[in-house]
Design a protein. Structure first.
Length: 197
C-alpha cells in the first residue's frame, strides 16, 4: 500500500516527472496485454498506481494531507496484495458510433475475463468491486479487475508456466492471447513469497 511518504510534493514531482514517466512507460511495456484489436488490460502494481496518484495530484493541484489521503484510499485497492493480480480492463474503440454499439454488445463481458495458468482451471476476474460501471443498456469502456489465484496457480506462474488470458465473448476476435515470458515474469513479481504457503 502506498502512503504519503511514497509520494513527492507537487514541486518535487514537477522536477522528476519526465524521468519518472519514462520509467513507468518502460515498466508498463510487459504489463499491457491486448486481446483482439479492441481489448487491452494493464496489470497494475505499486509503480503504475503511484504514477496514477502523482498525476491526479498534479492535475487537480492537490496538496492538503486529507485530500492526498483520499486519493490514496481510492487507488490503493488497485495494487495486488501478493496472492492476486489486479488489472485495468479497457474496451478501446476510436469511432464513436462503433464504441456505442460495441459497449452495448459487450454488456457483462467484464465478468467473463479469465486467466489460465499451465493447465489449471481458468480463474475468472472479479470486476468493479468498488462500484458498478455498467448500466442496463451497456458496459463501460474501463473496468477494474481482480484475479484471485489459488496457491497452485501462483506456484505455476512463478515456475514459468504458460499463461493464457481471454474473454468469453463472441464479439471479440480472437478472444484469447498467450502471454509472453517477459509478461509472465512481470506478473510473477506481483506475488509474494508468503502468499505461496
Amino acid at each position: 500500500m502506498l502512503t504519503h511518504e511514497d509520494l513527492w510534493s507537487l514541486e518535487e514531482y514537477a522536477r522528476r516527472r519526465s524521468d519518472f514517466r519514462a520509467q513507468v512507460m518502460a515498466h508498463k511495456q510487459h504489463r499491457q496485454i491486448g486481446i483482439g484489436e479492441h481489448v487491452r488490460l494493464l496489470f497494475e502494481d505499486a509503480i503504475t498506481i503511484r504514477y496514477q496518484v502523482q498525476e491526479m495530484l498534479r492535475i487537480e493541484r492537490i496538496f492538503e494531507p486529507d485530500s492526498i489521503q483520499e486519493e490514496l484510499d481510492a487507488y490503493n485497492p488497485l495494487i495486488p496484495t501478493g496472492c492476486n493480480l489486479k488489472a485495468t480492463l479497457m474496451f478501446e474503440y476510436t469511432d464513436v458510433l462503433q464504441r456505442k454499439r460495441m459497449l452495448t454488445l459487450l454488456k457483462g463481458a467484464e465478468h467473463r475475463v479469465w486467466l489460465k495458468i499451465a493447465g489449471h482451471t481458468p480463474v475468472y476476474a472479479i470486476a468493479d468491486e468498488d462500484l458498478s460501471r455498467a448500466n442496463e443498456e451497456k458496459t463501460s469502456s474501463v473496468h477494474f479487475l481482480r484475479f484471485e489465484l489459488p496457491v497452485a496457480d501462483r506456484h505455476a506462474l512463478i515456475a514459468g508456466g504458460e499463461v493464457m488470458l481471454g474473454i468469453d465473448s463472441e464479439f471479440i476476435e480472437p478472444n484469447f492471447t498467450l502471454l509472453t515470458s517477459d509478461t509472465c515474469q512481470a506478473l510473477s513479481a506481483d506475488l509474494s513469497s508468503s502468499a505461496l504457503q
